[in-house]
Design a protein around this ligand. Structure first.
Ligand code: CA
Length: 228
């Protein structure tokens, strides 16, 4: 059963949408604001999201931008009373996939949601990465080695993802700078700190035993992930 997140502060509308969607066989989680949506998306992998533009606190486009920054790629339909071209562009640039102007009919919303759910997404393809006994869920950003959770900061997670995707190849510091920081102008120190943080946290998860998964330094070339 498809699971949908609805982020809408107008409770009457939200109730109507939840009822309608459930009648059509979807499961729906409803939150009234973006902060709660961030909490829910950290735990659940939604198949689609319906996000109101105007929300108390963080608005809909900012919420979607934040989720996209974390590689949370569930397709998003944005609801809004605005209808200028400029707003539409801004909404889509935030990472929303489609756009519906209030007021709308439930049938219209249902059609848009069905279209989003049909769309081939990179979602299922990228949400799980494995190498040896290491498992990464890029949707929830959880990492485990032999089922022991690995606690990582954001940059450490992004670095690990790059290394896993490239493994067993060596990744250069330049590539790390560009992919993890989005810029080649990153201090050597920032990269060093992130590498040693990642290495340390992976060792912690392996509890001082033989490390199945190691982050190796290839002198003068870069880094690679080694899995036994
Ligand atoms: Ca609203």
């Amino acid at each position: 059963m498809k699971l949908i997140l609805l982020v809408e502060d107008e409770l009457e509308l939200a109730d109507t949408l939840v009822d309608g969607l459930e009648t059509h066989g979807y499961r729906v989680h409803h939150t009234e604001d973006a902060e709660e949506a961030l909490v829910q998306t950290a735990v659940h992998r939604y198949d689609a999201m319906i996000v109101d533009w105007m929300l108390p606190g963080m608005n809909g486009p900012d919420l979607i931008r934040k989720l996209r920054d974390k590689d949370y790629v569930a397709p998003a339909l944005m609801l809004t009373v605005r209808d200028s071209i400029e707003d539409r562009v801004q909404g889509l640039e935030s990472g929303a996939d489609d756009y519906l102007t209030k007021p709308f009919s439930f049938e219209e919303l249902l059609a848009r949601i069905r279209a989003l759910l049909r769309r081939p997404s990179e979602w299922s393809a990228i949400d799980e990465l494995r190498i040896g006994s290491l498992h990464m869920d890029t949707a929830t950003r959880k990492v485990a080695i032999k089922d022991a959770p690995v606690e990582l900061r954001k940059k450490e997670f992004d670095l690990l993802r790059l290394l896993v995707e490239r493994a067993p190849a060596v990744v250069s510091r330049t590539m790390i700078a560009e992919r993890v920081w989005g810029s080649e102008y990153v201090s050597d120190n920032a990269i060093d700190v992130t590498i040693s943080g990642l290495r340390h946290n992976m060792q912690d998860a392996q509890n001082g035993g033989d490390d199945d998964i190691r982050l190796e330094t290839v002198r003068g070339v870069g880094y690679r992930l080694h899995a036994d």
